[in-house]
Design a protein. Structure first.
Lengths: 405, 307
């Protein structure tokens, strides 16, 4: 009997304890989760908070290390978020998930703006609200893709150039017996050189199929009607070429993200790689001897631009937003981004005066080098890259065929 | 008195308007509704969408098999076959490795400290990001990695072995490490539930260890094996990390293909892919049904847990 009582009380004890535990867990969860819940509920309001601007990026390399200089120059606080640069993911985030409710500015590769304009997702810009706009060289203001709607000559400005570069590839000149820049090196090191057999790499998406197509065009292996908008047949022919090279053992891997590029360069997995210029800088910090090619055939020229979501119009912080965008056109951003990444912003001419007036390190050599490099690269024909070509899905499908081979 | 007590606890409000049925029926109906709305309806929507046409985010309601044609013409069939083959092979390897390990952990290991350390070792991977779990193998199997250094240093090879990483071998290896705990845990639990008296009785009746294993332990551990298969094979099919990091995208698998399609807003082909995967899963279900029929089906397998 005593045993039985004991069992009952023990059962009761556990029962109550479990109930209390569940109650406690529920209360605890609410307390612990409250900041996150409140943050979510007030996200829209926070985007309008005075003195804070929120920005969505699709490339981590657009961020200048930290935002100390930005905050000092503008008096604003920057909150950044980076998502993957796949156009589908970016457009879904803006057009379906209403990223404009949460962000004051969005930045991505030029070429995506047409969908955003058509969808009413971004607002027309007032260039007069950005003092540094007017001094921007005309050739930067009037770049293809951006020129469609960004150029003042088109009557409307929808975005502001943020940073640009002409991409090629990295290679190890000593090991491969190849010249150093500014002497030219051929894209064949990436696609079909015996020297790099099994030790070259390119990326895993449509951009890199596009570059292979550029290589085929410039080496006379494929007639390409419009390099800016490859046809499905041209994309298929290029995929056939890449499959043949893959089966021959040319490629060590098809990288996915920036960190992959740096890792395989540092670990000695490849001798030539189609990569972003900052990857070369990162690999060399670890003692590498990588150079970024002065390409013989062509460059993939790109620009990241800044856009203002249409929701900002009613948010009441448009002045802060223009102040922030003007900073991306300032010497402050040029000072931060060019020596770090090798990119140029819309006003590289302001970098040296900015450094002088703020008592910062002299970067005139780095700026001169970057501007000369850019002039050399931009002198090549072909081709301005659009994030959203007409046959985007077909191009990615063909690249998938390469990966599936 | 009892009646008064009952009346005082009588449900009120909305329940007054509902037919008087046992509470369990209402719970079941609620769950069924949730299940239908949250699982079945989205799956049906995916199947419907896979037969439509469109461009970007816009969809035309014009039924077609175009998305399926596209999917298979871009190598989708090879990709699916490869995904199922790799996931199936690794699941089988996991079972062969995990079963003796779980048996030892549940019945063989008598030292509590060793058991605790083993539990911890099996749990730690879940606290790491999926990428962190596999990225370390790159420095082990890479061209200048530890394995190649040993092979070169001992003169076994003259040149670094390239297929150790960014290959199907590497993908298999990466999966084995990442999914070992998901196979061990369910088997360990089911083996732990086997009463030691059964094992002793088997021995007392003269059965060899192998006979006890085959006729007592294995049938009673079947629920854990089935659960281990489900927790290992299915998530492996949806894993995007291992194939990318260890395979270097030379080995495209299901999840990476879905990401690729979504990345260019190709939702319709992605829906076709999802529908094909659903069909494969249903086929597996049928196969499982036939395979388990001799032991009383799935219900028969899990009946052993009621002991």
């Amino acid at each position: 009997m005593a045993n039985s009582k004991h069992k009952i009380s023990k059962h009761l004890y556990y029962h109550l304890s479990r109930r209390n535990f569940i109650k406690g867990a529920a209360v605890g969860s609410v307390i612990v989760g409250a900041p996150a819940i409140l943050k979510g509920l007030t996200r829209r309001a926070k985007a309008a908070e005075k003195g804070v601007v929120r920005m969505l990026f699709t490339a981590p390399t657009m961020i200048p290390g930290d935002w100390t200089q930005f905050e000092k120059d503008t008096g604003l606080k920057m909150e950044d978020t980076v998502i993957k640069d796949d156009p589908g993911i970016f457009l879904t985030e803006i057009q379906v998930n209403d990223a404009g409710d949460r962000f004051d500015m969005i930045s991505t590769l030029s070429g995506a703006e047409q969908s955003l304009i058509e969808g009413g997702n971004i607002m027309e810009m007032e260039t007069s609200a950005m003092p540094n706009w007017s001094g921007m060289p005309a050739n930067i203001q009037s770049m293809p893709y951006l020129v469609r709607d960004l150029s003042p000559t088109a009557g409307k400005v929808w975005g502001v150039p943020m940073a640009m570069n002409a991409d090629s590839f990295g290679y190890l000149p000593e090991k491969l017996g190849e010249p150093r820049p500014p002497e030219e090196a051929s894209w064949s090191l990436v696609f079909e050189s015996e020297k790099t057999m099994g030790r070259s790499s390119t990326g895993d998406n449509y951009i890199y199929l596009w570059e292979a197509l550029g290589y085929l065009k410039h080496t006379g292996q494929l007639a390409v009607k419009d390099i800016l908008n490859p046809s499905p047949a041209e994309a298929r022919a290029t995929a056939d070429f890449l499959i043949e090279r893959k089966e021959a053992g040319q490629f060590r891997l098809f990288w996915k993200i920036f960190d992959d590029q740096v890792a395989v360069m540092k670990n000695g997995e490849v001798d030539a790689i189609r990569c972003w210029e900052p990857a070369v800088k990162e690999a060399n910090k670890a003692g590498g001897d990588w150079v970024y090619a002065t390409a013989k055939e062509f460059y993939l020229k790109w620009m990241h631009a800044v856009y203002i979501p249409s929701q900002v119009e009613e948010r009441g912080n448009i002045e802060d937003v223009y102040t922030a965008i003007n900073w991306f056109l300032s010497g402050g951003y040029a000072y931060a981004i060019t020596p770090l990444r090798g990119y140029l912003n819309g006003r590289p001419d302001l970098a040296v005066p900015y450094a002088k007036s703020n008592g910062l390190d002299d970067i005139s050599e780095a700026m001169k080098e970057a501007e000369e490099k850019m002039a050399l690269k931009f002198a090549k024909e072909d081709f301005w890259f659009s994030a959203v070509p007409e046959n985007l899905q077909e191009m990615q499908a063909q690249m998938d065929r390469v990966l599936n081979a | 008195m009892n009646s008064a007590v009952y009346t005082s606890h009588k449900p009120s409000g909305l329940r007054d308007f509902l037919p008087r049925l046992p509470a369990g029926v209402w719970s079941l109906s609620g769950f069924s509704l949730l299940w239908f709305g949250g699982i079945v309806l989205p799956l049906l929507a995916i199947i419907v969408v896979s037969f439509l046409q469109g461009r970007g985010l816009n969809i035309d309601f014009d039924p077609t098999f175009l998305q399926y044609e596209k999917f298979f013409s871009y190598g989708g069939g090879d990709m699916l076959a490869r995904s199922v083959r790799i996931a199936g092979t690794v699941t089988l390897i996991e079972l062969l490795l995990a079963f003796p390990f779980a048996l030892w952990l549940a019945k063989g290991c008598k030292n509590n400290t060793v058991r605790l350390l083993t539990f911890t070792a099996l749990t730690v991977p879940f606290f790491l990001s999926p990428a962190a779990r596999v990225i370390v193998w790159r420095s082990v199997f890479g061209i200048n990695g530890a394995v190649n250094q040993i092979l070169l240093g001992t003169g076994i090879v003259d040149e670094p072995v390239l297929w150790l990483i960014f290959s199907e071998f590497a993908v298999h290896f990466g999966f084995i490490g990442a999914f070992f705990p998901t196979m061990v845990w369910p088997i360990f639990l089911s083996v732990s539930l086997i009463d030691n008296d059964y094992l002793e009785a088997s021995g007392d009746l003269g059965a060899s260890r192998l006979r006890t294993l085959l006729h007592i332990i294995l049938p009673l551990a079947l629920p854990g094996i089935v659960a281990g298969f489900v927790f290992t094979f299915i998530p492996m099919l949806g894993d995007a990390v291992v194939a990318s990091h260890m395979g270097g995208n030379n080995v495209l698998m299901l999840a990476a293909q879905v990401q690729s399609l979504i990345g260019v807003s190709n939702f319709l082909v992605a829906a076709a892919l999802a529908a094909v995967v659903l069909a494969i899963m249903l086929a597996f279900q049928v196969l499982l049904w036939f395979a388990l029929k001799p032991v009383g089906g799935l219900a028969g397998v899990f009946a052993s847990l009621r002991r």
